[in-house]
Design a protein around this ligand. Structure first.
Ligand SMILES: Nc1ncnc2c1ncn2[C@@H]1O[C@H](COP(=O)(O)OP(=O)(O)OP(=O)(O)O)[C@@H](O)[C@H]1O
Ligand SMILES: CC(C)(CO)[C@@H](O)C(=O)NCCC(=O)O
Ligand SMILES: [K+]
Length: 242
C-alpha cells in the first residue's frame, strides 16, 4: 500500500493506493502537512511507501520526517520517466508536468497525448505517440486570473469562479466571469485546435482543481480526471520498481 503526495502550488493532495485501486484521497493546506500525513499513516497501517512530487520550495526534511515509519521516495528530475524529454531546458521543467506526462504515456500507450492541468497555473503538455515529450504551455489558472484582476486594479472586486451563461457580460461581475471563464474555455479549445492541425489524433486528459468545473464546457472529448497526478505518481512508482 502506498501514499502518493502532490505538493502543488497552493494545496497538498494525497491518495492511498493498493496496487491500482485508490482507497482514499485527501486535500490539506501546507501548514498541516506533518499532522495530516501522520494521521493517514495511523489509519492505513499497511502503507509501506510515500511517493512525493513537489513543485514547492518545501524543506525536504518535511518529507523525510516520516522515514522512520515508511520508505520515502521523492520524484525528481533524476527519476526514471517513460519518455524522451525534448524540452530545451529539461532541468527547469516542472516535476508536476513530468509526472503528468509520464502518467499519460503509461495510461495511453502508443498514442499522441495532451495533458491539460487546470490548477493554479494551466499547463499543457504534449507527448507524441513515439514517447517524445515535446513541451507545451503555461498560463494563469482560473483563480489566479480572478485574483490578478482584483489585485492590479482599483475597481474590480474579488469574485469566486462562476459559469457565465452569456458571452456579453451586462454588469461588472458578469463581464469578469465571462472574461475569466469563457477566456479559459476558449484558450483550452484553441490550444486543442492548434495541436490538432499538427496531430490529427490525440488523447486529451484534463486534470487539476478546475477539472469538474470545466469538463462539460469543452468542445472536445476528453478524459476528465482530477486525480490524474496522484494516479500517475502511483504508476511511476510501479514503473520505477520494475
Ligand atoms: N477548495 C479549493 N481550494 C482552492 N482551489 C480550488 C478549490 N476547489 C477548486 N479550486 C480550483 O482549483 C484551482 C487550483 O487548482 P489545484 O487545487 O489543482 O491547485 P494546486 O493545489 O496549487 O495544485 P497545482 O499547483 O498542481 O496547480 C483554482 O483555479 C480554483 O479555481
Ligand atoms: C508551471 C508550474 C508552476 C505549474 O504547477 C510548475 O510546473 C513549474 O513550476 N514549472 C517550472 C517551469 C516549466 O515547467 O517550464
Ligand atoms: K498546475
Amino acid at each position: 500500500m502506498i501514499l502518493t503526495i502532490d505538493a502543488g502550488n497552493t494545496r497538498i493532495k494525497g491518495a492511498v493506493f493498493e496496487e491500482d485501486t485508490m482507497l482514499s484521497d485527501f486535500v490539506f493546506p501546507m501548514e498541516d502537512f506533518k499532522i495530516s500525513v501522520s494521521k493517514i499513516l495511523d489509519v492505513h497501517k499497511d502503507i509501506t511507501d510515500i511517493v512525493v512530487a513537489s513543485v514547492r520550495n518545501m524543506p525536504l526534511d518535511d518529507f523525510f520526517w516520516f522515514q522512520n515509519r515508511v520508505k520515502v521516495t521523492l520524484i525528481t528530475h533524476e527519476s526514471i520517466f517513460p519518455f524522451r524529454n525534448l524540452y530545451e531546458t529539461p532541468l527547469t521543467l516542472g516535476i508536476d508536468r513530468m509526472v503528468l506526462s509520464a502518467g499519460a504515456v503509461l495510461a495511453f500507450p502508443g498514442q499522441n497525448r495532451l495533458v491539460v492541468d487546470a490548477g493554479t497555473c494551466i499547463t499543457y503538455d504534449f507527448v507524441a505517440a513515439d514517447d517524445q515529450y515535446l513541451g507545451g504551455a503555461i498560463s494563469p489558472g482560473i483563480r489566479l486570473r480572478y485574483e490578478a484582476l482584483h489585485h492590479y486594479t482599483a475597481k474590480l472586486p474579488l469574485l469566486k469562479r462562476e459559469l457565465p451563461d452569456h458571452y456579453i457580460g451586462k454588469s461588472t461581475n458578469q463581464s469578469m466571469h465571462s472574461g475569466v471563464v469563457n477566456g479559459v474555455i476558449n484558450e483550452i479549445d484553441g490550444f486543442i485546435a492548434r495541436y490538432e492541425q499538427q496531430y490529427p489524433n490525440f488523447t486529451i486528459i484534463l486534470t487539476g482543481g478546475d477539472t469538474d468545473f470545466l469538463a462539460k464546457q469543452l468542445k472536445n472529448t476528453i478524459f476528465a480526471n482530477s486525480n490524474f497526478l496522484l494516479e500517475s505518481l502511483n504508476h511511476i512508482f510501479q514503473y520505477n520498481q520494475e
